[in-house]
Ligand binder design. Sequence first.
Ligand SMILES: Nc1ncnc2c1ncn2[C@@H]1O[C@H](COP(=O)(O)OP(=O)(O)O)[C@@H](O)[C@H]1O
Ligand SMILES: [Mg+2]
Length: 316
Amino acid sequence: MNHIVDCMEIENYVNSITVQAHENAEVTVHNNTALEMIGKGVHGAVFQVNEGVCVKVYGEEDVCSRELYALNLGQHTDLFPKVFCSGAKYIAMEMVYGIDLREYLQSQPLTKNLSVKLIHLLTTYKEIGLERIDHHKRHIFVQEDGNLKVLDVGTTVWRNRVYPYPRKLLNSLGNQYQEMFLEHVKELAPTLYDEWQKYIQMEKYATVLHEKYFSKENFKLKKLKKEEKILLTGKKEWDSKVEDLVRKVHKEQWIKALTARGVDIEHVKANAKELEREYIYGKDKKDKKGSSLSNKEDKKKTRIYTSSSKKKKQKK
Ligand SMILES: Nc1ncnc2c1ncn2[C@@H]1O[C@H](COP(=O)(O)OP(=O)(O)O)[C@@H](O)[C@H]1O
Ligand SMILES: [Mg+2]
């Protein structure tokens, strides 16, 4: 295979290619070279230089640095393409052949062997210090010899959203293969399987909790408007309601005042009208009964009515 790399030549090519990045869409490309574009994504466009070499041209410098950093972490493994040369916005790397896992699984079974290779891939990721030990199946390539290689590794470093289990890989496998892969892990690495299961369970709880606490307010405004009308007393009733309210407050207050002085509440209830009058106007001279507030005895000390004293009174 032609692995001859002329970095000067590649730099010249790159100078004749412009790649523009966009927020949420694939890059747009102007290619003034004879190189064939073999693929593009959100971050860059990839051109084949020769049988063994391609160059990925990026829209943004920091994305290029990030991928170069990640690729360099794994150069001693056989997982990543070899890097030949690089510039601010390009990386010349080894051509990766084979078919990606998404396509592969459409016609081939997920064997135990392949699952072991995936576990090995995750292990290598962790060992070389990638933060996200995870990959979408379309970036994993099955080689002719059955080994795996990965592309588009920039997203595995400098991340803040990292999951403690290979969430992306599992989700990308789809229900059927996910189950099969997990079955293999359960059999071959049971402790790891248990830990993943716990994380998956916790993630489900977290989702449910989130939905519970942050779900959209689901009341109906029209219905509430009707209810509001039912609860309003309205202008017509305003005067009478206010008058009533003042009366209630007054009653509550004078009863409170009397009971605070030690007057028995039952006595107050039984003689409410007289006591209220006395409370407002002072002692009523016409009142001959002993229920006044300020009879002769009361002048010396407040008379205490209790339920027992009331009974004694009744006996007399
Ligand atoms: N080293 C490589 N060898 C062969 N094909 C590649 C290589 N790198 C990228 N490609 C092709 O180019 C496509 C886009 O590259 P990718 O790294 O995914 O770009 P992006 O970061 O923009 O998503 C890939 O899906 C793949 O088909
Ligand atoms: Mg990509």
